[in-house]
Design a binder for this molecule. Structure first.
Ligand SMILES: [Zn+2]
Length: 427
């Protein structure tokens, strides 16, 4: 969403009560599109509406509700998208554009990038994504080409270049190409850290990402100096932007609490000793911290290490428990998968694991209203309401029946235009 669209949506929102007192069959406004829904979830906290419709004008929702109340005469239809379960567009709060298919974004042909974008994100309903670390300049080119309409894709919020501890590139990134490794910032002083954060945010990044402790192999860790972490976070907050951190383990969460981190981009992993106790949860809640579970990632990593299934399941259960306990205490959960790092893009398993911790509507909130609120955009996106941007997902089946249905996407719409339409026969 461009700022212009955001401003327009806010203006419509402010007008509030301009209701279309008309019904099905009556003339739709000029240039309108109508989307029919067998079931419509306006938001996670409202009962669903069956036989519904969404009226879209100029990329925004002009009306949404029972089909009989929506004026649809003369409106354009996106036939392939009609008839499914409609929700607000999804946000994936943990992705990366670091794979070779996204490199050199300025010189790649649009269809090649479009295919990569669809494969990783569009086909799973994502209309907003948070890139939690990448080559800022390249990600900005991707964002720009999407916003110009050259590539169908989600709105990209990016953390750009992350900050690592001094001499602290994590062991799992050592295989990166040397030129990329050289670009990883490992500030040695507060001044250096501030310069890096300012350059990243001035350059167009939307957040700061900190690696507070990083595994170095053999059970050793590198730690970011607390004064460096604090200075980086303060500078980011001064600009009204969030600070993201990769916690690694419970010690890392404590460092994140001290630094004033807003969003933890993973739960923590361990060996059956990683429950988050109530003291820790209360401290996280007091700081209004959000957590991105990335539950499937842990299984993916441990299977790659060829650990026995018993160990993999133990770690998964730990992480599920952390999400459940945090949500139960009122903590905010943001859906995210770490795709781009993880090359298996299908989120169905993430939804199944999340369903062990959250109710289906809590999962919907983690995809829509929670991230919109976290990014201070709750008035303009995250719900299927008049005045909001027409970022929508059409599912083939109701996710309330099975959370894996969140991954069964028929259409993804950004500002009313499809960025993905499932091939006929895949329904
Ligand atoms: Zn990641």
């Amino acid at each position: 969403m461009k700022n212009r669209q955001l401003a327009a949506a806010r203006a419509v929102s402010a007008m509030g009560g301009v209701l279309l007192l008309a019904g099905c069959g009556e003339r739709a406004p000029e240039g309108a599109t109508v989307l029919a829904a067998s079931r419509l979830y306006v938001s996670p906290d409202a009962p669903p509406i069956d036989d519904a419709a969404v009226l879209i004008v100029d990329g925004r929702i002009a009306a949404a509700g029972p089909a009989k109340d929506i004026p649809d005469g003369g409106a354009r239809r996106i036939g392939a998208c009609d008839g499914g379960t409609v929700t607000a567009g999804f946000q994936n709060s943990h992705v990366h554009f670091t794979e070779a298919k996204f490199a050199d974004a300025a010189s790649k042909e649009a269809p090649e990038l479009a295919a990569a974008m669809t494969d990783m994100l569009n086909r799973f309903g994502f209309t907003t994504v948070v890139d939690t670390a990448s080559n800022l300049a390249n990600t900005l080119v991707l964002r720009d080409r999407i916003e110009k309409g050259e590539i169908p894709g989600p709105r990209i919020l990016t953390a750009g270049f992350a900050l690592y501890p001094r001499n602290g590139v994590p062991i799992y990134l050592r295989d990166l190409p040397p030129d990329l490794l050289e670009m990883l910032s490992q500030p040695a002083s507060v001044e250096e850290a501030l310069a890096e954060v300012q350059a990243n945010l001035d350059g167009g990044a939307n957040a700061t990402k900190l690696f507070l402790m990083t595994p170095q192999g053999g059970g050793h860790y590198a730690f970011m100096q607390p004064d460096i972490a604090l200075a980086a976070a303060d500078e980011t907050h001064r600009r009204g932007l969030p600070v993201l951190a990769h916690p690694t383990d419970i010690e890392g969460i404590k460092l994140a609490i001290e630094a004033g981190v807003d969003i933890l981009v993973h739960t923590t992993i361990g060996d059956g000793r990683t429950a988050w106790d109530m003291t820790l949860i209360e401290q996280m809640r007091a700081k209004n911290m959000a957590v991105v579970p990335t539950l499937k990632l842990f299984r993916y990593e441990m299977k790659r290490m060829e650990l026995p299934e018993r160990v993999v399941e133990g770690a998964a259960s730990d992480a599920v428990g952390q999400v459940r306990d945090y949500a139960k205490a009122g903590g905010q959960v943001l859906f995210g998968t770490d795709v781009g790092y993880m090359t298996d893009y299908d989120p169905a398993e993430e939804y199944r694991l999340l369903a062990r911790a959250l109710a289906p509507m809590e999962i919907l909130a983690s995809l829509t209203t929670a991230p919109a609120a976290r990014w201070k955009e709750g008035e303009v996106r995250g719900r299927v309401l008049q005045g909001q941007v027409a970022d929508l997902v059409v599912l083939n089946a109701d996710p309330a029946a099975d959370a894996a249905n969140f991954a069964n996407v028929r259409c993804t719409l950004r500002a009313g235009n499809p960025t993905y339409t499932a091939p006929v026969g895949v329904r």
